[in-house]
Design a protein around this ligand. Sequence first.
Ligand SMILES: C[S@@+](CC[C@H](N)C(=O)[O-])C[C@H]1O[C@@H](n2cnc3c(N)ncnc32)[C@H](O)[C@@H]1O
Length: 253
Amino acid sequence: MTESTPERQPDRLIKVQTADGEREVDIYSPEGFAVVANLWTRSNWQRKLSYEVTWLGIPIIQLPEDILMVQELVWKNRPDVIVESGVAHGGALILYASLCDLMGRGRVIGVDIEIRKYNRLAIESHPASRRITLIEGSSTEASTMASIRSRIQPGESVMVMLDSNHTRDHVRAELELYAPLIGPGGYIVVFDEVMPLVADAPNGKPTWDLDNPLEAVRDFLKTHPDFEVDSSYERMTTTYCHSGFLRRTVPAS
Ligand SMILES: C[S@@+](CC[C@H](N)C(=O)[O-])C[C@H]1O[C@@H](n2cnc3c(N)ncnc32)[C@H](O)[C@@H]1O
């Protein structure tokens, strides 16, 4: 067998810019894999790949790798209630509800500032809809929180998915409001931390460099030591949820 060294396969070496200048990285090294994943993420953002996916017939605006990871998380964690902020067409709500159907347990609450008529119709007429409650309103409004809380019974375990307005301030406010719903061992998933990575991509915006959910997560973790990043759900490497799977720690007994 021919030995596969970088010298024999020059296309396995890619040039990267670092603070110390340009250097070559082997795509088969862990560093090279991360570089390729970042390049692919930036390129797919420009192609709006996450708008191409449906779940059981309903558009779901997620990266396929993140859908897989969230599926693992829900199956493993088996929450009584999943709250999603930011419904859009409803594909993720249907994903969570279909998992609940297979697990034989769980309900889903979807919150959106505007639930369009045809989206509501598609969600409410879907076979998985019996598990779903829709709430129209801003995710940070007191009335929305009251409506969510009224649908959760004492002692029920809750998982929260934050995928609405992706500004730093909004996500930071959501984290503060929704974190108290999470019990020890429970999770909040924050979507679209990819924004700083694609700020200078063709469909990105320079302001995303600092105004993004990742900054909100960093701020939140500084004052909430009872939450930690579970990076095992980032192992696909291509993800829009960098540092986005937040687990509430279980106090030592
Ligand atoms: C990225 S989409 C959600 C995608 C959806 N989670 C999915 O997986 O298909 C963002 C949604 O957030 C909603 N949104 C924006 N600001 C909001 C707010 N303040 N409160 C609740 N929803 C909001 C928008 O109307 C939009 O439908």
